[in-house]
Design a protein around this ligand. Structure first.
Ligand code: COA
Length: 639
C-alpha cells in the first residue's frame, strides 16, 4: 500500500513538473521580448485587448479626424432666467474651502489683471446687500491692482421718483424734460455719495479700515468729474423731441487715465455736459460701452440686475438650468438679433424681464466691435465679481471677441498652399516628410485646419485622433507663414484646436517635435516618455528622427479662455489687430467702424442671418441706421 502511495506522489510530481516546464516554455516563446526587456512595446495583444480594440474601433479609428465641431452656441437654445438670490445664483458655485487650491488657481488671474483697466457698469436694481457685496468686491479688485472705472445706473431710482408722472419713452429712451432732469440729478448725486461711502470703508468688511489699516484714512479714493466725457443731445426721434436725453460725444481718456494711474477709482454717472454748458441724461450702458474701448480697457463688465443667460430646458439635460458660460462675438450678435425679434412679438410684461439683459448683450457686442476683447455679464451674487475674474468657472457669461477669425478646416484646394507652407520645413528637418497622397487623404478627411487670409492659408495644423479609446489626439504640422510669425497666429490655431478637441471629449493632446519644444512647453505641454504615447501611435513613431513627445491635459473651455486672456493681451497680438485704435482720430475711428460693420454684415450674410431677421424695407433700414447714428457709434472721439 505504501509503495503504491509513493508511486502516485511521484507521478503527480512528474506531471506537475511537466506542466510547469511547458508553461515556462510557452511564456518564453510568447513574451520573451517583455521578459528580457528588449522592446518596450508589446508585439502581441492579449485576447481581451484584441477584443476590446475591435469593440472600440467601432467608435473611433486611430488616426481619424475629429468631428467638425460647431463651436458656436445656438441662439434658440438660450433663454434668460432670474438667478435664485438665496442660493447665490445658477452657476456652479465652488466651495471656497480649499484655500491653497483657491489661491494657486487664482494666481495666474491676479497676475493677468494687475494694472489692467476694467469698466464696471453697476445696475440700478441691486438691493442693499447686493450693492454692498459689489462694492466690497470692487475694493478687493482695487487692492489687487486693477484700475477701475465705475459707471452707476440710476434708472430704477429715477423711475420710482417719477412714479406719479407719465413717462414717455422713445425706442427705449426716456424723454428728459426739466422734471426728469431734476430727478436724474438728484439720484446721480445720491448714487455718487452711496458709492463713495461704501468704498471709503475700503476692505472694512474684513476688519481692515483704510488702505494702510490706519483709522483716519479713506479706503479707496473715488473721483467723479464733469469733464470725463462730453455729451450731445439726441434731438428729435420719430417726431418726438427727446429734450435733455443725450449721447456720448467723446471720452476724455487722457484725463481718466491720469486718475487711474493715480490709484483712484473713476466714477461716471448718467449726467453728461456739453461744451455749451448744457446738462444731459445719458444712458449709462452707452457710457460704459464707449468708455471701455476709448480707455483700451481689458474688460467691460455689466453687473446685472440678477438675470442670467441660461440654456433652455429642452436643450439642456441637467436638472437645473445651466448658465451660458461663454459666447463668441458672432454668437452674441445672433442671439441679440434673435431675442430682439422675439421680444418685439411678446407682451410688455415678459419683455421687461429679458429685454434689459439682451440690451446689455447688445452693448457688449458694440464694445467688442470697437476693440474691447472681453465683456462679462455677471449677476450680483455674493463674491460673483471675484469669482468671475479670478476663478476658472466664473460666475457669469463671458462674451469674447472673435480671435479665431479666418480659421477653418482645410479644403482639398488648399493642398498647394499647405505644401508651400510645409515644404521648406520638411527640407530643413523641422517637420517630418509627409507622403503627398497621405496629406491629400488627411485633408479630405478633415484632419487639417488653416488660418486663411483673403482665402489663402497663411498657417496650418493637423489634428488627429490618436487612440482607439477616443481620449487622445495629436497636434502636428503646425506652421505659420514666416511673414505672419509672432502675431499670435500659432496661439490662435492652438486655442481653436484645443476647443475642437475638448468638444470631442479629448483629454490629452500630444505633439511630437524635434525643434519647437520650448514653444509647446510655454503653452502648457509637458515632456513625457515614449510609454505615455498611446500604443496605437507608438507603432508609427519615427525612430530615425526621434522627436520628443509632449502632452497637454485638456481641462475645460474656461481654461482655454484663461490662456487666451494671456496671449490676446500680448503686445504683438494687439499690434496686429487693434493698433489702429491707439491713436484714433474721429475719421479713422469711423473708418474702422465701417470696416467692422461691413465685415459683420458679410458675416451675417454668410450665416443666413437674413432668414432670422424679418424683411426690412428701405425705411426700416434707414431707421436702423439712424439708431446707430444716435448711439454715436463711429462718431465718438477719443481724446
Ligand atoms: C512655432 C510657430 C508655429 C509659432 O507660431 P507664431 O504664430 O509665430 O507664434 P506666436 O505668435 O503664437 O508666439 C510667438 C512666440 O513664440 C516664440 N517662438 C516662435 N518659434 C519658437 C520656437 N521654435 N521655439 C520657441 N519659441 C518660439 C516667439 O519667440 C514668440 O515669443 P515671445 O512672444 O516671447 O516673443 C511658428 O514659429 C512656426 O511656424 N515655426 C516653424 C514650424 C514649427 O516649428 N512647427 C512646430 C512643429 S509641430
Amino acid at each position: 500500500k505504501k509503495k503504491k502511495k509513493k508511486e502516485l506522489a511521484l507521478a503527480a510530481a512528474l506531471g506537475f513538473k511537466y506542466f510547469a516546464m511547458r508553461l515556462i516554455m510557452l511564456l518564453l516563446i510568447t513574451r520573451w521580448h517583455r521578459i528580457f526587456g528588449l522592446f518596450p512595446t508589446r508585439l502581441r495583444l492579449t485576447r481581451k485587448e484584441t477584443l476590446l480594440k475591435s469593440v472600440n474601433n467601432r467608435g473611433y479609428a486611430f488616426g481619424s479626424a475629429l468631428s467638425p465641431v460647431e463651436l458656436s452656441v445656438n441662439e434658440s437654445a438660450v433663454g434668460v432666467a432670474k438667478y435664485a438670490r438665496e442660493s447665490g445664483g445658477l452657476g456652479p458655485v465652488r466651495k471656497w474651502d480649499n484655500l491653497v487650491h483657491l489661491l494657486r488657481g487664482s494666481a495666474p488671474y491676479i497676475e493677468l489683471h494687475q494694472n489692467s483697466i476694467m469698466v464696471i457698469h453697476v445696475s440700478s436694481e441691486l438691493n442693499d446687500s447686493e450693492f454692498q457685496n459689489a462694492m466690497n468686491d470692487i475694493a478687493t479688485l482695487h487692492v489687487l491692482g486693477v484700475k477701475i472705472v465705475l459707471v452707476a445706473s440710476v434708472r430704477s431710482q429715477v423711475q420710482i421718483r417719477l412714479d406719479d408722472q407719465e413717462q414717455i419713452f422713445v425706442r427705449g429712451m426716456r424723454v428728459t424734460g426739466s422734471d426728469e432732469l431734476k430727478a436724474v440729478q438728484a439720484e446721480a448725486g445720491i448714487a455718487r455719495s452711496r458709492i463713495e461711502a461704501a468704498l471709503a470703508r475700503g476692505l472694512g468688511s474684513s476688519g481692515l479700515i483704510g488702505r494702510t489699516g490706519g483709522r483716519n484714512r479713506v479706503g479707496v479714493d473715488v473721483v467723479s468729474s464733469n469733464g470725463f466725457f462730453v455729451a450731445r443731445p439726441i434731438g428729435v426721434l420719430d417726431g418726438i423731441d427727446l429734450g435733455a436725453t443725450g449721447a456720448v460725444r467723446s471720452v476724455e481718456s487722457t484725463k481718466v487715465l491720469r486718475h487711474l494711474d493715480n490709484r483712484e477709482i473713476v466714477l461716471f454717472t448718467p449726467l453728461g455736459y456739453s461744451a455749451s454748458g448744457d446738462t444731459y441724461n445719458v444712458r449709462t450702458e452707452e457710457i460704459a460701452a464707449k468708455a471701455a474701448p476709448a480707455l483700451r480697457a481689458s474688460k467691460l463688465i455689466f453687473l446685472t440686475d440678477g438675470h442670467e443667460l441660461v440654456f433652455n430646458k429642452q436643450h439642456d439635460t441637467s436638472l437645473c438650468c445651466r448658465r451660458v458660460q461663454s459666447l463668441r462675438l458672432d454668437d452674441a450678435k445672433r442671439l441679440v438679433q434673435y431675442k430682439q425679434n422675439l421680444l418685439s412679438q411678446q407682451g410688455k410684461e415678459k419683455k421687461a424681464a429679458a429685454a434689459q439683459l439682451i440690451d446689455l448683450c447688445d452693448w457688449s457686442v458694440k464694445a467688442l466691435q470697437r476693440g474691447v476683447v472681453r465683456a462679462h455679464l455677471v449677476p450680483p451674487s455674493q463674491g460673483s465679481l471675484l469669482q468671475e475674474l479670478y476663478t476658472r468657472d466664473g460666475a457669469g457669461t463671458l462674451i469674447a471677441s472673435d480671435i479665431y477669425e479666418g480659421i477653418r478646416t482645410a479644403k482639398p484646394e488648399d493642398l498647394d498652399s499647405i505644401l508651400a507652407l510645409i515644404a521648406p520645413l520638411e527640407q530643413d528637418g523641422t517637420l517630418i516628410q509627409r507622403p503627398r497622397d497621405q496629406l491629400r487623404t488627411d485633408i479630405a478627411a478633415g484632419c487639417y485646419y488653416v488660418i486663411a487670409r483673403e482665402q489663402l492659408p497663411i498657417a496650418c495644423a493637423m489634428l488627429k485622433r490618436l487612440d482607439s479609446h477616443g481620449k487622445a489626439a495629436e497636434l502636428g504640422c503646425l506652421v505659420v507663414d514666416s511673414q505672419y510669425r509672432n502675431l499670435a497666429k500659432g496661439d490662435a490655431l492652438l486655442s481653436y484646436l484645443e476647443r475642437v478637441a475638448i468638444a470631442n471629449k479629448i483629454t490629452h493632446l500630444f505633439a511630437l517635435s524635434t525643434r519647437t519644444m520650448q514653444w509647446f512647453i510655454e503653452r502648457g505641454f509637458e515632456e513625457v516618455d515614449f510609454e505615455s504615447l498611446p500604443s496605437d501611435r507608438r507603432n508609427s513613431y519615427d525612430t530615425s528622427r526621434m522627436p520628443k513627445i509632449y502632452r497637454k491635459t485638456l481641462r475645460s473651455d474656461r481654461h482655454v479662455d484663461l490662456e487666451e486672456c494671456f496671449w490676446t493681451t500680448r503686445s504683438s497680438y494687439e499690434a496686429d489687430s487693434y493698433s489702429s485704435t491707439e491713436s484714433l482720430s474721429s475719421s479713422s475711428a469711423s473708418w474702422l467702424f465701417d470696416q467692422q460693420q461691413s465685415r459683420a454684415i458679410s458675416q451675417q450674410e454668410k450665416i443666413g442671418f437674413n432668414s432670422v431677421v424679418p424683411e426690412t424695407g428701405q425705411n426700416e433700414k434707414s431707421a436702423a441706421l439712424k439708431e446707430d447714428d444716435l448711439c454715436g457709434d463711429g462718431q465718438v472721439e477719443i481724446r
